[in-house]
Design a protein around this ligand. Structure first.
Ligand code: PEP
Ligand code: MG
Length: 822
């Protein structure tokens, strides 16, 4: 127990800010010779990452553990603030206990303070007393009282014994974390130590047990899913035991915000598809429906006036769009559309058709289709692609004529959280406006392409929320805590403020990471991981270099085949890939051959639903069934490879024979063209490929693990299933064990292994994959700076140890609770 004297207490103080309060209590510690001045700065720094407000007007500022060298003797000082000071928004501190403790001696004090926290009238009295001894007495009597109830011998629920070994004791931060986990559980959880038992849903009750290193704890759970909950809480306890002792502030970036304690919150739960935190009003997305729309027509003059007006409106809209906060590619696109719509010839041709008897809409559609058709048949594939732009512009004017909102989002002025039933990949790709701060989907899955697009844009996204989404009132401000898989409805003012601060802090950190994006992802011990980008369209290749990525680890070449009515020819494919490899300026690009099927269907190949299913003619199987398509693509790839270092890999390889066939086909094309050899890799996405990884490693030059598919095929969960997708977490130990086996098999044969599925872009996933020995991580460009910075803070021995712990967990939730020990 900590001894305190009246000299340690300063009564009747008045301060105007939390910082002033911390400096004042630090002054008392300094004057008793207990600390060096640096410790005061450490107390202030700590406050930036975690609040030390305990409740009922008590705050307990203390320094960061790595600064304990600045403590000369363990001591506690008290600053009484009768007028109070705002500690966190909405929470006022009247008694500030400044703690300088070298190890866990202050745990006893915390336990004593919980007596005051649970007695509001005592707390009020102490905030105003003119006698320092009253405060000292309250603190020391607290310890005499037994906290909690006598634990019952027989317990009807499930229980588990764990050893508490955190050298700093069960202090405020882990107590808050543990209590929050318990609050999310609908049943009852208690903690027992030395025969005393408390409900574990409140940090102060946990603190009241005064748990220190070496104590044996019993976690008791009663209610639904007892076993799962116990294993989750045990994993959390392990995390608390292994809490970083040095660099506490360096937690994984997206996990920084937590709502205030002890308040009732209404939340909706979903599955995280893109991490992050957003605070904005909700807004319902309804995709426009054009086919059944009717329009009232007028006489010739009225129709000519109508089309003129529609064209002018479209032009204004587009010019307005170019003034928005866009990147160069987006701005270029809208500028091009504005010039297309301003083309007088198009307006004249339409007017002529109207004069010949058509209404404005029919005339406009005919003019546009005619032009699009002419352009689509041009020899130059680059120009031919402009047909899509013409149709796009045509649709814009068509919507204006029909009175359909052109882009519902254009009417949105302030940032929003977009709420929708589901998003098609092509719809998601259009959502590049900076006003979308977050996305919530009733259906959807973290492995679907809409999620991949979201991650590439850095937009937090929650999917598979289900019917609960109906509880969302559109236009209300919510907090989307995608990293924690929840939406907080009607957030308190304090939570809104703290979320704003967290978002601002992340932005500052992002800026710092961006500044260092060209530094390699070199771990503290010199181990280097290649960090490369996934791309799925030509424009994305231009962003790769700027993001700091060291090349392209996955080009989803099927992008050229989707959303159209015929397959692209060799020339079109060659031109697109040539533009990409040239944009990379000498950096390598791995092209993945056509991967149609599953959630990437096409309707012009005459494939049945069964063929297009995830277990059908997907990926390389389609290349086998349609060698004409495969050979055309391979020729385009070999031609593009003349312009830069291209490697090739094949999706959905299930067996060594699959790969032998892929290799044969490639060799045939290469020999016919007289092209030089390129490296050939296998995508590991099917469990049978893992089982045969040794044999495949003999044959291939490299592996790239597609964790999106490997997860769905391992856990037998369709990656697009709106309800089941919740369980398809790539951090499941079952998936991690397959990745371990793959890496070992490849390394045994001297081959390298990349991961290009979503797990590589998940901060914890990137750490565990590195710990498993993965050599290259491929992800959306937008995440490259963050993942590189994260890896640079780590050490390969610690990550290997983290990976080993992950492999030994029972489920993904337990893995998600892990952090590297520092
Ligand atoms: C994967 O399956 O992890 C992968 C990268 O491929 P895709 O998501 O395109 O199926
Ligand atoms: Mg895949």
């Amino acid at each position: 127990m900590l001894a305190m004297t009246p000299q340690d207490v300063r009564l009747g103080a008045a301060v105007s800010s939390k910082e002033e309060a911390i400096r004042a209590v630090g002054e008392i510690l300094l004057s008793s010779g207990s600390i060096q001045p640096e410790y005061v700065e450490s107390m202030l720094a700590r406050e930036k990452t975690a609040t030390t407000f305990l409740g009922n007007g008590l705050a307990i500022p203390h320094g960061r553990p790595q600064d304990s060298d600045h403590i000369l003797q363990t001591r506690v000082a008290v600053l009484q603030l009768p007028g109070g000071v705002e500690w966190t928004p909405g929470k006022t501190a009247h008694l500030v206990f400044g703690i300088a403790a070298k190890s866990d001696e202050h745990i006893g004090l915390l336990r004593q303070l919980t007596g005051i926290v649970s007695d509001a009238s005592l707390a009020r009295r102490l905030a105003e007393t003119a006698d320092a001894r009253e405060i000292l007495a309250a603190v020391s009597t607290g310890v005499e009282e037994e906290q909690g109830a006598e634990a019952a011998e027989d317990f009807p629920g499930s229980e588990m014994e764990v050893l508490f070994s955190n050298p700093r004791g069960f202090h405020l931060r882990p107590a808050g974390k543990f209590a929050r986990a318990v609050q999310a559980y609908p049943g009852k959880v208690t903690l027992v130590v030395k025969r005393r038992e408390v409900e574990a849903d409140s940090p102060s009750r946990i603190l009241s047990l005064g748990i220190t290193s070496g104590d044996t704890l019993r976690i008791r759970v009663q209610g639904e899913d007892e076993t799962d909950t116990l294993s989750l809480l045990a994993a959390l306890m392990e995390e608390i035991n292994n809490e970083p002792q040095e660099k506490e502030a360096d937690e994984i970036q997206t996990a920084q915000w937590t709502p205030g304690e002890g308040q009732a919150m209404t939340t909706l739960e979903g599955i995280m598809a893109s991490p992050g935190l957003a605070l904005a009003r909700t807004w319902q997305w309804h995709p426009a429906e054009l086919t059944n729309q009717k329009r009232v027509t007028g006489d010739t003059d009225a129709e000519v006036a109508a089309i003129k007006h529609a064209i002018l409106t479209a032009k204004k809209q587009l010019l307005l769009l170019t003034e928005g906060n866009l990147n160069a590619v987006q701005r270029g696109l809208f500028e091009a559309h504005a010039s297309l719509v301003a083309d007088d010839e198009v307006a004249d041709e339409t007017a002529e058709l109207i004069r010949a008897g058509d209404d404005a809409l029919t005339a406009w559609n005919a003019t546009i289709e005619n032009r699009a058709h002419r352009i689509a048949s041009l020899e130059d594939a680059h120009l031919a692609q402009r047909a899509d732009d013409i149709r796009d512009v045509g649709m814009r004017v068509q919507k204006i004529l029909l009175g359909v909102d052109v882009d519902p989002l254009e009417s949105v002025i302030e940032p929003i959280i977009l709420v929708a039933d589901d998003l098609e990949p092509s719809q998601a790709a259009q959502l590049k406006a900076d006003k979308i701060k977050g996305i919530c989907l009733r259906k959807g899955s973290p492995n679907a392409h809409a999620a991949i697009v979201s991650r590439s844009l850095g937009i937090p996204m929650l999917v598979a929320i289900g019917a609960g989404l109906e509880h969302l009132t559109m236009g209300e401000t919510v907090i989307l805590d995608a990293s924690a898989g929840r939406i907080i409805l009607q957030p308190s003012d304090a939570d809104i403020e703290s979320a704003k601060v967290a978002i601002r802090e992340v932005n500052v950190q992002r800026d710092q990471e961006w500044d260092c994006r060209f530094d390699p992802a070199m771990l503290r011990d010199g181990h280097r991981v290649e960090v490369v980008a996934n791309i799925g369209e030509t424009s994305e290749a231009h962003a790769v270099i700027e993001s700091g990525a060291e090349g392209v680890g996955l080009l989803r070449s099927e992008f050229l085949f989707l959303d159209r009515d015929h397959a692209p020819d060799e020339e079109e494919q060659y031109q697109a890939m040539r533009e990409m490899i040239e944009a990379l300026q000498g950096m390598p690009m791995i092209v993945r051959t056509l991967d149609i099927g599953g959630d990437k269907p096409v309707n012009y190949l005459g494939l049945s639903d069964l063929d297009l299913s995830f277990l059908g003619l997907r990926g390389f199987r389609l290349s086998q069934a349609r060698p004409d398509l495969a050979m055309t693509q391979l020729r385009a790839i070999f031609r593009a490879a003349e312009h830069g270092p291209i490697k090739l890999m094949f999706p959905m390889i299930a067996t060594p024979n699959d790969f032998l066939r892929a290799r044969e086909m490639t060799e045939k094309v290469r020999r016919e063209m007289g092209a030089p050899k390129i490296e050939l890799g296998v995508m590991i996405e099917v469990p049978s490929a893992v089982a045969m990884a040794s044999e495949l490693a003999e044959l291939a030059d490299f592996f790239s693990i597609g964790t999106n598919d490997l997860t769905q095929y391992t856990l037998a969960i369709d990656r697009t299933h709106p309800l089941l997708a919740r369980r398809a977490d790539s951090l499941h130990p079952a998936v991690l064990r397959l990745i371990r086996d793959t890496v070992n098999a490849a390394h045994d044969k001297g081959k390298w292994v990349g991961v290009c599925g979503g797990l590589a872009a998940d901060p914890l996933g990137a750490l565990i994959l590195t710990g498993l020995g993965v050599d290259e991580l491929s992800m959306p460009s937008a995440l490259v700076p963050q993942i590189k910075a994260l890896l640079r803070r780590e050490d390969s021995v610690q990550l290997a140890e983290l990976a080993t712990r992950a492999l030994h967990q029972r489920d993904a939730r337990a893995v998600r609770a892990l952090r590297p020990a520092h």
